[in-house]
Design a protein around this ligand. Sequence first.
Ligand code: FRU
Length: 484
Amino acid sequence: MQINETYQKIKQDLEKYYSSKDNNRWRNKFHIEMPFGLVNDPNGLAYYNDEYYIFYQWNPFGCEHKTKHWGLVKTKDFVNFTMPEIILKPEDWFDKDGCYSGGAYVKDDILKLFYTGNVKGPNNERESYQCIVDYHKEGSFEKKGVIIEKQPEGYTAHFRDPMIFVENNTYYMVLGIQNKDLKGRVLIYKSEDIEKWELIGELETDMKDFGYMWECPNIFRVSEDKFAFMFSPQGLKAEELRYQNIYQSGYVIGDLDLNEVSLTNYSEFKEIDMGFDFYAPQVFKHNGRNIMIGWIGMPDKDNEYATSQYGWMLGLTMPRVLEYKDEVLYQKPLELIENLREKKIIDINNQIEENYVVKLGPKSVECKLDLDLSNIENLDIRFKFKDEYISLLYNKKDEVCILDRSNMELGGKGIRKFKLKAEDSMKLHMFIDNSVMEIYYQDGLETTTLMYFPKEEGLEIEIKNNININTLQVWNLRGIKYEK
Ligand code: FRU
């Protein structure tokens, strides 16, 4: 098929999909995912032309990590979205093997998109080109080509994922890279006009031996004098209470000196999400707030995602506002997400219960649960799907939370174990979709994102033991809509 016909067909397939009904039980109702192909990192996040622009890595041709395009959906309210569109295609000499991840910045009413062009040489050797695109309000765009040609001396071609930030009227770009000793690093470039870029150096930190590659870096101001440096390091060794996924995403907060190109006085690296399926988050600013969207998925774990048998795989988290408090970033669902609430189906206060069961049936709900911990040592909550279940255990004395997927037959299994502070109460804010669960713990101090693939429909949440439910509120959530 001719290239144009191929893309014409994708467009028709999308239209066909959204005008029919898909009864696949794992299709999520309120998470962004694609009808077909594989979705990975969120890209080019921006508030532009009175809408949220959400680009993402998309292979529309299959569930493999190849032929990466940039897809786009736009929304004003996180309920109504535009029909997915393909924006960047891997069709030029500088991006022929993939339009890889990057960020966006609005300048002079133009949405400037930055991405990495991935090129494979004749012997499969990698070349990376940083590229720029001008995207205009009415939807036209211009791929303007390469702004940074290959990597500087002393580094390998693992060089990607440009993100822009502005300080003192100067544009800065942070990029993930691997040095010749095979250690993860980031480089910082600067520009006066956002088009011509000059290397100012490698960001100096004490993290000299912290993984072999740092993907998807973000640098953003969190207070008058502090900056967060968020990135996705690969190659950290698993420990009992952290780094349990194959790759991590997290941040440090410290003092950024752009003259010295250094980050000092920073906090210990903290993973941003302790679940099984969260990676490559991107942060953008809107109205002075930092908003993050992550990829629900994990590289090199394709066999854990049971929907690939139906030709689609993975998606994006809901938007989370990051609030800097007590040296950490608290995560809060963006307020607009409340637009998804259809009907409150449970509202209880101060009720003592023994093995309380919340029968939910179809699984697109938001639950806010506040449990009294004053008289108990352990919490045991089960998300049950007939004979299968996911459990959430909390031990108050050890301050340890365990999320356990071992009792599910399909998809990834195992446990994730992490520290969580709780004294008198445990607050859980849960968004449960058909194969995705996002849980915020203790007002967003921790979160866990995971995928699950129950064999049977219907969900019951069981809160074991004798427990005082301070409050429980449950809403049915509506599905998001994609329109022209
Ligand atoms: C992270 C990542 C990025 C890269 C993109 C390619 O998941 O590996 O570093 O740009 O995915 O799809």
